[in-house]
Design a protein around this ligand. Structure first.
Ligand SMILES: Cc1cc2nc3c(=O)[nH]c(=O)nc-3n(C[C@H](O)[C@H](O)[C@H](O)COP(=O)(O)O)c2cc1C
Length: 305
């Protein structure tokens, strides 16, 4: 039994370790549960939920790219009623922290979703997706408007006492402005980053490989960008950051923590190795032992820059 303290805090919620599974890559937990012992994971973030069910975009919605993948799922999800009836009972049994990710096409829809879900005890925090690049309404329209992000934060803050995490887009000019307004309006943490806009074409058909033409790039290809965004925010804004983008192994996770992330999320790697979460937690523990770090939280922003 290791004596390393892996716990970290996001607002009022304590995670048993800093490794979370990212929204959209583990469904509602059930899809990955047979491959990994979810009770060992710091937490899972559900696929974005909207007030009504969404079919998402037409296929082809996913394509592999060098060192990553493009997706244009378009926030396909079961909607809030089915989520409560069919998905929460399973999630309730998992011995891990549940963070519910919400997407919406209007500020009122974000408010309504949080209002309805607030009474679900299983949900310990909300992650508000203001940064999906693959939908026509909502998504990036909000994610690229700093005042809209501020208004969304204030409105959802008023509906719940649970931690509010705002998931930011890397597809804007100055992510620090967004982090600042989230803090000012009462947000508890930032998730950074969502996917980067990209595309891919077939050179013979001369058509896009993704029906939506553009998609969100994720995976190792985006790690340096994500690290730079986390570093930028952590230097300027005193708010917990959940680092996301291209984390494949424990070393990647350490990098995010030393540039300022309190916790990390794993996305694309879950499709390659569903057990990656547990391997990364083990790796973090060993790294702490090797470096005589008693508490993982001591590593946060331990860089010398
Ligand atoms: C197939 C797929 C679906 C995704 N769906 C969502 C989603 O519904 N909501 C959301 O906030 N992020 C979504 N994301 C973004 C991830 O949560 C994460 O921010 C991104 O993939 C970067 O992390 P990674 O490089 O580790 O994959 C999705 C990513 C992928 C690959």
């Amino acid at each position: 039994m290791s004596s390393i303290d892996l716990t970290v805090k996001i607002g009022s919620v304590e995670l048993k370790n800093p490794v979370l599974l990212a929204s959209g890559t583990v469904g509602y937990g059930n899809e990955i549960a047979e491959f990994i012992d979810l009770s060992k994971i710091g937490g899972i973030v559900t696929k974005s939920i909207s007030l009504n069910p969404r079919k998402g975009n037409q296929p082809q919605r996913i394509i592999e790219t060098p060192s990553g993948m493009l997706n244009a799922i378009g926030l396909a999800n079961v909607g809030i009623d089915v989520f409560i009836e069919d998905k929460i009972p399973f999630l309730k049994e998992l011995k891990t922290t549940l963070i519910c990710n919400i997407a919406a096409s209007s500020i009122e829809e974000y408010e309504k979703c949080v209002e309805i879900l607030d009474s679900e005890e299983t949900i310990k925090a909300f992650e508000i997706n203001v940064s999906c690049p693959n939908v026509k309404e909502g998504g990036l329209i909000f994610g690229n408007d700093v005042n809209a992000v501020g208004r969304i934060t204030a409105k959802v803050r008023a509906k719940t006492n649970k931690p509010i995490i705002i998931k930011l887009s890397p597809n804007n000019s100055n992510i620090v402005d967004y982090a600042e307004i989230v803090k000012k309006e009462g947000g508890d943490a930032i998730s950074a980053i969502n996917t980067l806009i990209g595309t891919s074409f077939n050179i013979y058909s001369k058509k896009p490989n993704i029906k939506n033409i553009t998609g969100g790039l994720s995976g190792p290809a985006i790690k340096p960008v994500a690290l730079a965004k986390v570093l930028e925010i952590s230097k300027k804004v005193d708010i917990p950051i959940i680092g996301i983008g291209g984390i494949m192994n424990w070393k990647d996770a350490v990098e995010f923590i030393i540039v300022g992330a309190t916790a990390v999320q794993l996305g694309t790697v879950n499709f390659i190795n569903p057990k990656a979460g547990i391997e990364i937690i083990d790796g973090l523990e060993k790294y702490c032992e090797e470096t005589s770090t008693n508490k993982i939280s001591d590593l946060i922003a331990s860089r010398i820059i």
